[in-house]
Design a protein around this ligand. Sequence first.
Ligand code: FE2
Length: 171
Amino acid sequence: MQNISRKDVDFEVATNADIINHILKNHHAFLKKELPEIEELVFTIFKVHFMDSGDILEKVHRLFNHLKTEFEAHIIKEERVLFHIVKEYENNPSRELLESVLEGISRVEENNIEIENILKELRKVTDGYTVPPTGCPTYEKTYAKLNEIERNTISHFKLERDLMFRRLADI
Ligand SMILES: [Fe+2]
């Protein structure tokens, strides 16, 4: 993901509007597609493997549903409010807009911290996404997709925090 990212935007010189477009295309669109698919997969393996891996999968099911809720709030907060005011601020900076931007960042950070904790917990309860010997191809696919969500989120949050948020907060 990181290699693809580097090719389509030069982050050193990118404006916040460029970074936002990149995030929408490579991270938010990815989540909007993947989250409902993984939700179905998690439900399926919980049902099919209840007899052999029910203890782990009950936790995965609960954690994933919580993760999906937090990601949906993250996307709504950024796409409905934060990204608009960041672009507005970039075009026409004012003290008032900056305060709204910083407030928006702190609201989305509440979800981000929760998301990172859930991802850590998911990795822990699945023993680093190790498929048990009783696992089937659907089980493997589900864990591979969860792993991919984690990888994508690391670059997603790195861009938002290290580039966009920090740059704005330092002004
Ligand atoms: Fe985001």
